[in-house]
Design a protein around this ligand. Structure first.
Ligand code: SF4
Length: 238
């Protein structure tokens, strides 16, 4: 609905900035070491520390709390390298980072809308494409996102864009870095996601009202709660 208050000018680094910075550092790290097993683990750890130092130094020039976030990330570097080596040993080869995808959704004959996205990381295991999304959220939050009956559509939408057969979150901020994968039939869930998008776009073209987005976690903080249809939806379903 394009409704929101003006954003404050950010003066400090927050968790989202931290996540973005670590994403960029990991992209540089994997592009520089596409086959991790070609290097001794200690060299990989040293390289990731160096790249992290450089990345956070740039952030520190604008946000003095960047050093605290850097300390937090430094604690996870060894665990991250151990996890990445283990994943490669299981057959998942790094292919690309920050990978753009796009796909046209034809919602009526001759009418289409382009969906674009950028995957944090793409691996290949033989012919199979596996997507990874780096996250700094808790295991509990991420597990909820993986519930096929929940409203989070990130992995299924990306899987549809990329024709991926596997996808998961990497818990960067956990004591032990690990991935949490989509457990059900991902291609089937992705196809369903593509069909849902097509149907929503077709409905929009006809001027049909959209259901309120309604993810409770988002609505809880939304500045427009009370103005939008969400409250009405709650009353109807109560
Ligand atoms: S309260 Fe929820 S449904 Fe309403 S505008 Fe905010 S995010 Fe959307």
């Amino acid at each position: 609905m394009r409704l929101n208050e003006r954003d404050d000018v950010p003066e400090e680094m927050d968790k989202r900035d931290y996540g973005s910075l670590v994403h960029a550092i990991l992209a540089r790290f994997h592009v520089a070491h596409p086959r991790l097993s070609a290097y001794p683990p200690q060299d990989l750890i040293a390289s990731l520390r160096q790249l992290s130092q450089e990345g956070f130094a740039t952030a520190a020039a604008e946000a003095y709390l960047a050093g605290i976030w850097q300390q937090r990330w430094q604690q996870h570097i060894e665990s991250y390298v151990a996890w990445a080596l283990q994943r490669e040993a299981l057959g998942f080869q790094f292919e690309s980072a920050e990978t753009p995808f796009k796909r046209d959704i034809e919602w009526a004959p001759g009418q289409s809308t382009r969906l674009e996205g950028r995957a944090d990381r793409v691996d290949r295991n033989g012919e199979a494409v596996s997507l990874l999304d780096y996250k700094t959220q808790s295991r509990q939050t991420l597990k909820k996102k993986l519930d096929p009956n929940a409203e989070d559509v990130q992995l299924t939408a990306y899987a549809w864009l990329a024709d991926a057969t596997a996808a998961g979150f990497v818990m960067l901020d956990a004591d032990k870095v690990d991935n949490l994968d989509w457990q059900d039939d991902l291609p089937a869930a992705a196809a369903k996601e593509g069909e849902r998008l097509r149907a929503v776009l077709a409905d929009m073209a006809q001027g049909l009202p959209l259901p309120a987005q309604g993810a409770p976690q988002v609505c809880k903080w939304c500045e427009m709660r009370g103005l939008c249809r969400r409250e009405h939806l709650d009353e109807v379903s109560a």
